[in-house]
Design a protein around this ligand. Structure first.
Ligand code: FES
Length: 163
């Protein structure tokens, strides 16, 4: 199995998910868009370090990585809200109730996936797998994985970071 050429910018476990995507494609340059999606799903946006990390591991010139990241308007280059909630909509989480969690977050905070509350306090995105399927339905809140959620506990977690 091919190994990552360069280690991640930090110890943050979310880099493992990013590396996992690149590994699935054999660290081929063809994995660029898919990998950028994974970075965004995991972190909410693409920063300099992330773009550099992806460029080095996929052997793509940084200028091209930057070009792709800025060309598509679904990629964010800046952090969105003060807090970032990622709800997993992968199969395991979906089956165990992720749609009801999203619906409740929408109802209580008036945000849909891809949106930030008008006061800029919370951004919501969805992921295709957070690598925590055993904890389904799972979400991350500011990078911390929360599992076995239901609509009430998900709302409580978001409210807790907003206090
Ligand atoms: S499907 Fe949700 S963590 Fe894997």
């Amino acid at each position: 199995m091919p190994a990552a050429a360069k280690s991640p910018p930090s110890e943050d476990k979310r880099w493992r998910i990013v590396t996992g995507t690149m590994r699935r494609y054999g660290f081929s340059p063809d994995a660029l868009i898919e990998t950028l999606h994974t970075v965004q799903e995991s972190f909410g946006y693409l920063d300099e370090d992330a773009l550099q990390f992806v460029a080095e591991n996929l052997h793509v010139p940084p200028s091209r990585v930057y070009g792709v990241a800025t060309f598509y308007n679904f990629f964010n280059l800046k952090p969105q809200g003060e807090h970032h909630c990622v709800v997993c909509m992968g199969t395991a989480c979906y089956i165990k109730g992720a749609p009801a969690i999203l619906e409740r977050l929408h109802h209580d905070f008036d945000i849909a996936p891809g949106e930030t509350t008008p006061d800029n306090r919370v951004s919501l995105t969805i992921a295709r797998c957070l690598g925590a399927c055993g904890l389904a339905p799972a979400a991350t809140l500011d990078g911390e994985v929360a599992g076995k959620l239901d609509p009430n506990t998900a709302v409580a977690k978001v409210e807790a970071v907003l206090k």
